[in-house]
Design a protein. Structure first.
Length: 272
């Protein structure tokens, strides 16, 4: 898909995210809006996946370790055809297959249950290690948040990935600088994240996290004998001016006025 159509799709995905959160009056807009281009790069440019065969054995595995951003994942999965788009409007409802965090037993296209930060990337590393032992050729991509790097599990996974030379494993960081209580630096600084992953033995790249070409190139550049780390510099709440770079929008649903204002800004039609 060309850049123009992907840019239009990014606006549509953001509109779908906002509708989901408005209807459920629950969820996490900030970190969902910031990772849209990361997910579009994976599902439309990079990963070997098939919505008609979600459990295809040789598919690439995509693990949203920052599971609270699942509205973005659900919107992309629906757009790819894993399930009907109308299912999105049931987010967080009692009988919905779209839980508040991803559930692989309920939602087609979800490879790993995630939510407790640090666990998803650890499981993803284990899946990559399994591929190595099985001599399988699928790749594993784990999307983590920057606040998530405050979790020790992230670094245990990084140490193991480098030790086992998992060059089929990529950690992608949505680096928006904010978390639920404020900036990363205020809560607990993660320091020079590029230097840290490099010190752990990763091949590292830093890109504009809203530039699909740059993300795709970083994800597809071949590396031998090392896991890969791609730091995507993003804006929390991307696309909606009153949400951008505001930590208060980490986990707050929009009101009707805010929802309609956001759709107008995104130039997305209201869905009846």
């Amino acid at each position: 898909m060309d850049n123009k159509n992907l840019a239009l799709k990014a606006r549509q995905i953001r509109g779908d995210i906002l509708r989901m959160l408005y209807l459920s009056q629950s969820g996490h807009p900030g970190g969902s809006l910031s990772c849209v281009e990361i997910l579009l790069s994976l599902y439309y440019r990079v990963a070997n996946v098939d919505p008609n065969n979600p459990l295809m054995e040789n598919r690439d595995r995509i693990v949203l370790s920052k599971g609270h951003a699942c509205p973005a994942l659900y919107a992309v999965l629906a757009d790819k055809g894993y399930f009907p788009r109308n299912d999105l409007w049931t987010l967080r409802q009692i009988d919905s297959h779209l839980q508040g965090h991803p559930d692989s037993t309920k939602t087609p296209g979800v490879d790993v249950n995630t939510g407790s930060l640090g666990q998803g990337v650890s499981i993803a590393m284990g899946i990559a290690l399994a591929a190595l032992h099985k001599q399988a050729d699928y790749r594993v991509f784990a999307i983590i948040g920057d606040g998530e790097a405050q979790e020790g599990l992230v670094w245990e996974a990084a140490m193991a990935a480098a030790h086992y030379k998992l060059d089929n494993f990529t950690v992608i960081m949505d680096h928006n600088g904010l978390q639920i209580d404020g900036t990363n630096d205020e809560v607990m600084s993660i320091g020079d994240i590029m230097a840290k992953f490099k010190a752990f033995g990763f091949d590292c790249a830093q890109v504009n996290g809203h530039d699909i070409n740059a993300i795709s190139q970083a994800l597809t550049t071949p590396v031998k004998g090392k896991p890969k780390f791609v730091c995507c510099e993003t804006s929390k709440g991307r696309g909606v001016s009153f949400m951008e770079n505001q930590f208060g929008w980490h986990g707050k649903a929009p009101s009707e006025t805010e929802y309609l204002d956001a759709l107008k800004e995104l130039e997305v039609d209201v869905i009846d």
